[in-house]
Design a protein around this ligand. Structure first.
Ligand code: ATP
Ligand code: MG
Length: 193
């Protein structure tokens, strides 16, 4: 599971999901679109249905990467522990993939204490001098977690920057997959500052 607001999805998300799948030998990586990211209330711009369609466009044709509507279909606040429980099945090993910034904030999540029992944690991070920092040394990740570390190339792109670019008429080509740029344009998303 790779969760996010994806408002909108960008190439950093695609690279993180694809590197995690390859590095950890995962069958599938689900990009789970948050219905109501309660920590970002007021900051979410595009409706969940549009964010989901953007993620579908981003992963189209990429083996093993899938858009998931499990949280959008459920509605309400996005609680990752609930989602992992919904995704669970006998014989299925779940991995929660997080960017380093998201991992640093884990302690503030609802039901955070239940997470270590539900999934392995995979932190995708830029390698520094070829080595990935150890997230278990951080303030919130204790020994209760099984933590995998996945090195990814640093792509300094964020949804916030993509939205600001669209609103001010600057280009987003290369920062989001071409099909995502096209959907943003045809639906007129993010045009208001
Ligand atoms: P915003 O700018 O609105 O905060 P964002 O670009 O950080 O958006 P999110 O939907 O908040 O996107 O992030 C979903 C997940 O993707 C998080 O785990 C986050 O750490 C990770 N992520 C975000 N940007 C990148 C990036 N450039 N490279 C790798 N992982 C990323
Ligand atoms: Mg973010």
């Amino acid at each position: 599971m790779f969760g996010g607001t994806f408002d909108p999805v960008h190439v950093g998300h695609v690279v993180a999901a694809s590197e995690a799948r390859w590095a950890l030998g995962l069958d599938r990586v689900l990009l789970v679109v948050a219905a109501d990211p309660w920590q970002k209330r007021g900051d979410v711009v595009a409706p969940a249905a549009d964010r989901l369609d953007l993620v579908r466009a981003a992963v189209d044709g990429i083996a093993g990467l899938e858009a998931s509507d499990v949280e959008v279909a459920r509605g309400g606040p996005s609680v990752t522990a609930d989602t992992l429980e919904a995704l669970g099945a006998p014989g299925r090993d779940l991995v929660l993939i997080l960017g380093a910034d998201a991992a640093a904030g884990l302690g503030t999540w609802r039901r955070a204490g239940d997470l270590p029992g539900l999934a392995t944690l995979a932190v995708v991070e830029r390698a520094v001098d070829g080595r990935v920092p150890d997230p278990s040394r951080g303030p919130v990740l204790g020994p209760a977690w099984t933590v995998e570390r996945v090195a990814i190339p640093r792509l300094d792109v964020s949804s916030t920057d993509v939205r600001a670019r669209v609103a001010s008429g600057r280009p987003i080509h290369g920062l989001v997959p071409p099909a995502v740029a096209e959907l943003i344009r045809t639906r007129g998303l993010y045009t208001r500052p």
